[in-house]
Design a binder for this molecule. Structure first.
Ligand code: DLL
Length: 442
């Protein structure tokens, strides 16, 4: 089902015209109401009256996370604080969070794009949604919640954590759709299967997964273990929250960015020049319709490409899955490395569980990467002893480690130490975002 046919299938020329109209109004609005932008644009000699179309966007400087931090907490609000209906924060793990304010109308748009996204993921009115994204300052819980209600779903606002209780509710309420992080979907799947290996007690059909980078291997595993169709939902609080883009459950090759509200660009990480369709770089967004705290050319730091897909049911541009965040990119002995590259190789090894960590440290002044990876449950039980202690003497395990070592070396161009771990021994998702990298160099 398409939530809004007129918008989601709008011809490109008409979409571009709509974006241009919205952009021209936005620029005037921001200049009048956000002193930060007025000052910045004056310093850059931008004459806002000469801004005539969306193509003029290249004249504007970028906004970055530090601009939000420097204006903490409410300095970028474009309306008096009393006109802000809700405040969310980014999930930054250190220092002050970045704050986002929404007017009532911004929240209506937020719900609308999430309703669109849920339809795109396979939802229809009347379906039940088990929403296991965290409720609170994080945008995931409330964002999905109100969008699902707008669509006419019955929302079960479970939030994150308390896995046993979640499973009881999945079994008793029998929701058709679940929304959570991909890593938590796997935790739920493994826990359910321990009690019910054939999955007879639940009725899930769709999973809407996002908030952290994930790969095709994880998709396959979630789909097999939970017997669902899993699609990607993307977003960030600075721009809105979840529902900036969403994958179609029948197409699954990239997520549609709702271009009538969020104008995307991809720029080169070094030169900051906009890149053509299909080229990978840093994703940048301009909020075309937000009024509480609009942002111009916000650099997300997320690495992906954007492209039009003529074979799609919808006309809006797609983005590839996020490879990682630019600030999460590891530089190992001069080679750029995202953890998702290692994850993609692990897909070929059913002997492992999907739980792994990359540990980076200095050894004799050189970067050293260790891949700590759990064995899958069956092999672990067969071996029946602490894996870490026997991995150097057991021929089967040595051979397995050797194959992974070679595969990483040949595909990524780096040598990494492989350390096998007991099943279920590495940190798991408890509903929030899971960090795969432990960088001890910092
Ligand atoms: O994670 C919003 C969200 C909630 C998205 C629920 C999807 C589902 P923040 O906490 O501000 O907002 O974190 C935003 O998370 O810049 C990406 O680095 C990462 N991220 C979000 N969705 C995806 C995804 C929410 N589908 C940051 N794939 C973003 C990869 C994602 N990374």
């Amino acid at each position: 089902m398409i939530y809004s046919i007129a918008i989601e299938t709008m011809p490109h020329a008409k979409l571009r015209k709509l974006q241009s109209e919205r952009f021209v109004q936005l620029v005037q609005y921001m200049y009048r109401n956000q002193p930060f932008y007025k000052k910045q644009w004056d310093e850059h000699g931008i004459d806002i009256n000469k801004i005539k179309s969306i193509y003029d966007i290249v004249k504007f400087p970028f906004t970055c996370k530090d601009d939000l931090r420097n204006n903490y907490p409410f300095g970028l609000f474009a309306v008096p604080q009393q006109a802000i209906s809700r405040i969310h924060c980014s999930s930054g793990s250190t220092g002050k969070p970045t704050v986002v304010g929404y007017t009532k109308n911004d929240l209506d748009i937020f719900s609308e794009v999430v309703a669109r996204s849920l339809c795109c993921a396979g939802a229809t009115p009347g379906m039940k949604l088990h929403n296991a994204y965290g409720y609170g300052l994080f945008t995931g819980g409330l964002g999905l919640h109100y969008g699902a209600e707008l669509l006419g779903m019955s929302v079960i606002p479970v939030s994150g954590g308390m896995t046993e209780r979640q499973i009881m509710l999945l079994q008793d309420f029998k929701p058709e759709m679940i929304s959570c992080t991909p890593s938590y979907a796997l935790v739920l799947a493994d826990t359910i299967r321990k009690k019910d290996p054939e999955l007879k007690s639940i009725n899930l059909k769709y999973a809407v997964l996002g908030a952290e980078p994930w790969t095709e291997a994880i998709r396959k595993e979630v789909e097999e273990k939970l017997q669902v169709i899993a699609t990607n939902i993307y977003g960030l609080s600075e721009i809105n929250g979840p529902g900036i883009s969403q994958e179609d459950f029948e197409e699954k090759n990239g997520s549609h960015i709702w271009e009538d509200h969020f104008f995307p660009e991809v720029i080169d990480a070094i030169t900051k020049e906009p890149l053509p369709e299909g080229k990978e770089g840093i994703l940048v967004f301009t909020t075309l319709t937000k009024r509480g705290m609009p942002l111009m050319r916000y650099t997300t730091n997320d690495i992906c490409s954007i492209f039009y897909d003529k074979s799609s049911k919808r006309t809006h541009i797609k983005m590839s899955s996020i490879k990682g965040r630019h600030d999460d990119m590891l530089i190992i002995r001069g080679v750029n490395l995202f953890h998702t590259q290692v994850e993609a190789l692990l897909e070929h090894y059913p002997e492992f569980s999907s739980n792994y960590q990359l540990i980076v440290e200095k050894e004799n002044k050189l970067d050293k990467v260790t891949v700590a990876i759990e064995l899958n449950e069956t092999i672990y039980r067969e071996l029946g002893t602490a894996i870490e202690t026997i991995q150097h003497s057991n021929a089967y395990l040595q051979n397995l480690k050797g194959k992974l070592y070679e595969s990483i070396k040949n595909n990524i161009g780096l040598t990494m130490e492989i350390v096998l771990k007991d099943f279920d021994s590495l940190p798991k998702s408890e509903g929030g975002k899971l960090r795969r990298i432990v960088d001890k160099r910092k």
